[in-house]
Design a protein around this ligand. Structure first.
Ligand code: UD1
Length: 381
């Protein structure tokens, strides 16, 4: 039997898959009368960045694959819009649901808004106040285009209200990424088993300490001087603590292009290919410190209560610092090293878990969305 409402859900890049999984599950009948249609823009396409995540998260094959691939921001955004528009024409959905802040998030929100199709934004309101980050531009614009805005932390709500979004559109629901984490954590492997898979069995001894490092922000990896400084600091740190470093394809390419790949030969730095979701959870859970420029890992380490040092000058997720286990380390190698050594000596902060990061964010979003759909239908009748 056909259902009265249809919502097109968009995914594009690794973190989007982690965010959409609990939402698709929560919209399933008999909980709702909403039919979901999954559109994958193809921004991430390598098996390591994509297919593996579908398997682990038990996501159904997307209904549409737009296969946009990599390109400049303008071309990628334009190409998503060009390929998404006919999908909307064909489906005439009640709404389009987008998550996060990647280029495809904005592209699909803009395509829908121009067609008067309401946009629902999950993870709305986060602000780094740094417009040099492409994601900040995507966040601000997507929020301006959205009809319902779901925030993951209180700062998101206050940012939106300050930007003039009417309060009735904003719902503080918590963090869908944490819904997935709490569901999947029992399946996360040990570090020893991840290292065995990577043929690095002897790299760290049983139960030994290590740091987990990830880098992929253009502001860190595209500028050769910055990348060299950060990697030199990591080589120094590795003398105190072995480092596991899953390499994002952008970072691998930049290290090669800038002739910095030899820095990876340090004996106590182990490079790994992009890891599956469960492997990443296992590596994070058992690390003594996480060093990262990823937004998602700041949140995940907060819930795992593992100290995190963010290798950026700011964060759009301030609750991970004010309540969680995160600290902004910036990019100065001396500061990063000093903070790491403090954590090694004194243990670092474990923090507490923010409000509504409790595994029920998707259920709150589904309740707010179905209420909104019904009210809208009654008003139109
Ligand atoms: C994108 C998001 C970023 C998010 C990240 C998660 C934007 C602006 N950025 O960054 O917010 O944190 O995803 O990983 O949307 N590549 C591959 N295989 C792939 C995908 C990418 O080799 O499957 C390479 C390509 O050379 C590409 C580069 O990585 O040019 C960057 O990919 P892109 O999707 O543009 O951005 P990310 O850096 O992954």
């Amino acid at each position: 039997m056909s259902r009265p409402y249809r919502i097109v859900c968009v995914v594009a890049a690794r973190p989007n898959l982690v965010k959409i999984a609990p939402l698709l599950a929560a919209f399933q009948p008999p909980q709702t009368q909403v039919e979901t249609v999954l559109v994958h823009t193809g921004q991430h396409y390598d098996a390591d960045m994509d297919a593996q995540f579908f398997n682990t998260l038990a996501l159904a094959e997307p209904d549409f694959r737009l296969q946009v691939g990599s390109a400049s921001h303008a071309v990628q955004t334009a190409e998503v819009m060009r390929r998404f528009e006919p999908v909307l024409d064909q489906l005439a959905p009640s709404a389009v649901l987008v998550v996060g802040d990647v280029n495809s998030t904005l592209a699909c929100a803009l395509t829908a808004a121009k067609k008067q199709i309401p946009v629902l934004h999950v993870e709305a309101g986060l602000r780094s106040f740094d417009r040099t980050m492409p994601e900040e531009i995507n966040r601000v614009l997507t929020d301006q285009l959205s009809e319902l805005l779901f925030t993951s932390e209180a700062s998101g709500t206050s940012n939106l209200l300050r930007e003039g979004i009417p309060p009735h559109r904003v719902h503080f629901v918590g963090n869908v990424m944490i819904d997935t984490l709490l569901g999947q954590l029992p399946r996360a492997p040990s570090t020893a088993s991840v290292l065995r898979q990577a043929h690095l069995a002897g790299f760290i001894g049983d139960g030994a300490h290590y740091a987990l490092l990830t880098l992929h922000r253009p502001s860190n990896v595209d500028d050769p001087r910055r990348l060299r400084a950060l990697m030199t600091a990591m080589v120094k740190l590795s003398e105190d603590l072995p480092i596991l470093f899953p390499l994002h394809p952008r970072t691998r390419a930049m290290l090669k292009q800038h002739e910095l790949a030899s820095l990876l030969d340090a004996p106590r730095i182990a490079c790994l290919p992009p890891q599956s979701y469960l492997n990443m959870l296992g590596l994070m859970k058992h690390a003594c410190v996480v060093l990262t420029d990823s937004g998602g890992m700041q949140e995940e380490s907060t819930v795992l209560r593992v100290p995190c040092l963010t290798l950026r000058e700011n964060t759009e997720r301030p609750v991970t610092v004010s309540e969680g286990s995160n600290a902004i380390a910036g990019r100065d190698p001396a500061v990063i090293l000093a903070l790491c050594r403090d954590i090694l000596r004194y243990g670092g902060k474990s923090g507490r878990i923010p409000q509504y990061w409790d595994g029920h964010a998707a259920a709150r979003i589904v309740t707010a969305t179905t209420n909104w759909l019904q009210t809208r239908r009654e008003r139109r009748a």
